[in-house]
Write a protein that binds this ligand. Structure first.
Ligand SMILES: C[S@@+](CC[C@H](N)C(=O)[O-])C[C@H]1O[C@@H](n2cnc3c(N)ncnc32)[C@H](O)[C@@H]1O
Length: 260
């Protein structure tokens, strides 16, 4: 049995994918593996050695209350992003039109749609691969009120059509050392020009046309970008600006209302 993190993931893999129980894993040392099981375990260990994240190996990621299909075409959903869904569930109730800009796997838009069946939710992405994955998740989770759309941010939508726009855009600066640990995830989902702020600026600017007056914009960003993002919001006529912190108490989500 390998050591450390690989051992923990292997045990998870044996249980989740091969249906092994604790007795087979821990107690019975002479278990005879079928050839197919042996191949699957060898492939799993090879992928772990290459540093491929467990969610990609399992093609599965838990987000909010749901299980999403993921592969290397989309970002693996992060737990801090669930804060956006919680906020929406607690602050919006009647039938509204919502856009999840840069939907990736669809995790934010689909979770909002499933939690709020009266909402009409759209998910835009510039990556055809991501839209394909978002469709897979829409179908797997049978989400009637979520529609993935191939688009450059908000460019394809009519003026003043959304009550709420949410986004977890790419916001990592080019050359950031954190990227070395994220080589298996798509660059288009991670990196943004202009100190990581280019995509955020585009979304905020385009939201002024696409949001209804009085509508809400919610954007996730890096913990060092709070002040810059607040300036971008203010410059584009957003007021009542608040910030939400992640589980490590770092400022990670900015919310504003488009003035009437
Ligand atoms: C950080 S990922 C977020 C994915 C997903 N919403 C999540 O939270 O896991 C950013 C997403 O924005 C998409 N994206 C990048 N540039 C875009 C653009 N110009 N228009 C629309 N989506 C874009 C990427 O393909 C990626 O899926």
């Amino acid at each position: 049995m390998p050591d450390g993190a690989i051992k923990k993931d292997l045990i998870f893999f044996l249980k989740e994918k091969l249906g092994f129980n604790n007795n087979q894993i821990y107690i019975n040392p002479n278990i005879v593996l079928k050839n197919k099981e042996k191949t699957l375990i060898e492939n799993f260990l090879k992928q772990k050695e290459e540093g491929i994240p467990l969610d990609y190996i399992l093609n599965s990621s838990k987000f909010y209350e749901y299980e999403f299909f993921v592969d290397s075409r989309v970002l693996i959903p992060r737990p801090e992003t669930e804060i956006i869904v919680d906020y929406v569930n607690n602050h919006f109730s009647c039938s509204i039109n919502v856009l999840d800009a840069g939907t990736g796997s669809g995790c934010i838009g689909i979770s909002i749609a499933l939690q709020n069946p009266s909402f009409k939710v759209y998910g835009s992405d510039y990556s055809e691969d991501a839209i394909d994955v978002a469709f897979t998740n829409k179908n797997n989770l049978d989400v009637k009120n979520f529609s993935p759309i191939l688009a450059d941010w908000l460019s394809c939508f009519k003026t003043k059509c959304f009550d709420l726009i949410v986004s977890n855009p790419p916001y990592i600066t080019e050359g950031d050392p954190h990227l070395e640990k994220l080589i298996h995830e798509p660059n288009i989902a991670l990196v943004s020009r202009e100190d990581g702020l280019f995509c955020i600026k585009k979304i905020v600017e385009q939201s002024t046309k696409t949001l209804k007056n009085g509508g809400t914009l919610i954007i996730e960003h890096g913990y060092q970008q709070q002040n810059d993002v607040e300036v971008i919001f203010k410059r584009n006529n957003f007021s009542k600006i608040i910030n939400l912190k992640d589980l490590q108490l770092l400022p990670r989500i900015t919310i504003g209302t488009l003035e009437k």
